[in-house]
Design a protein around this ligand. Structure first.
Ligand SMILES: C[S@@+](CC[C@H](N)C(=O)[O-])C[C@H]1O[C@@H](n2cnc3c(N)ncnc32)[C@H](O)[C@@H]1O
Length: 434
């Protein structure tokens, strides 16, 4: 098959000079080479760089990695992690800190640009409407003082199959790299992490430092199917509230993140209460509820009479949610897949459907978002309000479009920088039935 001239213009291994014009989703910047989009790692919008082409298979775009900065952005800083810096060969750079060469405040500004762009392009929201609802990505308390370092209470390390050496993966690869330290990890994690040790037969090493319990190392052996630490119950403090969670289960990694998200959901519910659009005794739901953090935030705003059901497919997390929500007599924790649970609700008696229509649904899906199927079910259930907590801005934006087309209005949008030095951040969008 003949290849177009564009297709032949770049080949893996080429080194090209690129002007970086913007930021894209996924922690890469955008440039153009003879009309073709190039996603460039380790660059900053406004820079001119020399970059090594690492992927040129697709007609519409190529990928490249910065190897030299010709004109640096004023926001460029020495990388917070020497093993991730452009001083190293691209294949030897460690992953997990892809914004570590950018000034912290500018990282937040770029994350805000990504959210606004996604909400406009995939969510169909006009720039003017967005400007009135969204005022930028908010920093976690203490991060500016600490330059966004030392925040992680959980870190996953990997073990090289042949050498047994422990470390993080290289960027976009499954190759273990040797590192001297983990600058994003908190002190306890740093003390326990077995960096550079040889651990033959082990597959992954999770280092977990709960806020109200001893740090620990969870080993998953090669070929083992069960998750390490799924029965190990640890205590976490959120403000003055104690939660129990599985050491190997889901919990936000930034020391401030559980409290920030708890407060943001509590405040969103308080606003709905002031508006008169939240009903405490309706069929309220906390979907993808984990150990019940966000249902408890609903309870903090609505009080002891709150009725809420958390839905989560991890049985251990559901057990913990039941315990964490014990003060709410109207709280129920259900182990189920969200789509299956919603199918049952759609088949429920009219009185139950009516209570759901008056209800508020908090949802906090994994990175892929709720997705078309679950959103279609939610639209059929037609709750009064949805509080959508999202770790992927594009997935949020796609689901936003479906909700708006179904008659919901986006009434508030906030975002939180709970993953400094990476491209990740968390958003909370509130939708109300028009
Ligand atoms: C992003 S976490 C949120 C947990 C909780 N809201 C919190 O803040 O701690 C997503 C949760 O959804 C669960 N989950 C993922 N897919 C699911 C599904 N299809 N049905 C039910 N639970 C699911 C995961 O086990 C995880 O606990």
């Amino acid at each position: 098959m003949a290849t177009s001239p564009q297709n032949t213009a770049l080949t893996i291994g080429d080194v090209v000079e690129l002007q970086i014009t913007g930021i894209a989703h996924g922690g890469v910047s955008v440039a153009r080479h003879e009309g073709r989009v190039v996603f460039v790692a380790d660059a900053i919008p406004g820079e001119t760089v020399r970059a090594l082409v690492t992927d040129a298979k697709k007609k519409s775009f190529a990928r490249a990695t910065t190897i030299e900065v010709l004109e640096a952005s004023e926001h460029r800083r020495d990388h917070i992690w020497a093993e991730a810096s452009i001083e190293r060969a691209p294949e030897d750079r460690v992953g997990g800190a892809e914004f570590g060469h950018i000034a912290l405040a500018h990282q937040r500004s770029l994350k805000g640009d990504v959210l606004v762009d996604a909400m406009q392009r995939f969510g169909g929201i006009e720039a003017d409407a967005l400007a009135t609802k969204f005022s930028g990505v908010e920093a976690a308390p203490g991060d500016d003082e600490l330059n966004g370092l030392g925040y992680r209470s959980r870190v996953r390390l990997h073990v090289d199959e042949t050498t047994g050496q422990v470390g993080p993966y290289a960027v976009r690869s499954r190759r273990v790299v040797d590192v001297e330290n983990l600058p994003l990890a908190n002190t306890q994690v740093g003390q326990v992490a077995p960096l550079g040790e040889i651990m033959n037969g082990v597959d992954t090493v999770d280092v977990v430092a709960p806020s109200a319990d001893d740090p620990r190392m969870l080993l998953r052996m090669e070929g083992e199917k069960t998750r390490a630490g799924e029965k190990d119950i640890v205590r976490e403090l959120v403000g003055d509230r104690e939660f129990i969670v599985r050491a190997g289960g889901f919990w936000q990694v930034h020391r401030e993140a559980p409290e920030m998200l708890f407060n943001a959901v509590r405040d969103a519910i308080s606003t709905l209460i002031v508006d008169g659009s939240f009903t405490s005794g309706a069929a309220n739901l906390d979907l993808y509820g984990g150990s019940g953090l966000l249902a408890a935030a609903m309870g903090e705003a609505a009080g002891r009479t709150l009725k809420v059901t958390t839905v989560e497919f991890d049985e251990g997390a559901t057990d913990d949610a039941a315990e964490n929500l014990a003060e709410y007599v109207g709280a129920l924790a259900v182990t189920a897949r969200v789509d299956r649970y919603l199918s049952e609700l759609l088949a429920a008696a009219p009185s139950v459907r009516e209570r759901l229509k008056r209800g508020t649904i908090v949802l906090d899906p994994p990175r892929s978002g709720a997705g078309g199927g679950v959103i279609a079910q939610l639209v059929k259930l037609a709750p009064a309000n949805l509080v959508y907590v999202a770790c992927d801005p594009v997935a949020l934006a796609r689901d936003t479009k479906s909700l708006i087309e179904a008659g919901y209005e986006l009434t508030s949008l906030r975002a939180f920088d709970i993953f400094p030095h990476t491209h990740h951040f968390e958003s909370i969008a509130v939708f109300q039935r028009a």
